[in-house]
Design a protein around this ligand. Structure first.
Ligand SMILES: [Zn+2]
Length: 130
């Protein structure tokens, strides 16, 4: 991942975070709301689409997304090398996936695996990813 791309995704995450915080009717830093006003930059559209799809889930996922956004931002700040890698298998996340969900933690494959097994999580051997 190039520094420019990383910064770009970080901006998206920050904007997403502000949007979510701005929409949540809680006592979370009410003064931040003004900062959430996204200008007319080129990312507004995809961001809005993403937020609409989040909103269509009746906001119930917002706090979960917010946690992931915070986590991703922390990772960018502390371990930028690990951002964009699957937390399960360590592969690069697909660019399209990151661009749609800059807070994604898993690659599609691992996400599918995790979603598929609702039972007790059986973690496979670390080297058993082939
Ligand atoms: Zn993976």
């Amino acid at each position: 991942m190039t520094p420019a791309k990383l910064r770009h995704l970080k901006d998206r995450l920050t904007a997403l975070r502000e949007e979510i915080l701005g929409k949540v009717p809680q006592r979370i830093e009410p003064n931040r709301k003004d900062d959430a006003e996204v200008g007319g930059d080129e990312d507004e559209q995809p961001l809005n689409e993403m937020l609409q799809s989040i909103a269509s889930n009746r906001n119930r996922n917002e706090s979960a997304v917010l946690l992931k956004v915070d986590k991703a931002l922390r990772k960018i700040a502390q371990k930028p090398d690990e951002y964009g890698l699957c937390e399960e298998c360590g592969d690069d996340l697909a660019e399209a996936r990151l661009s749609a969900m800059p807070f994604a933690e898993l690659c599609l494959e691992c996400q599918a695996k995790r979603d598929g097994s609702r039972g007790p999580r059986t973690r496979r051997n670390l080297y058993d990813f082939r």
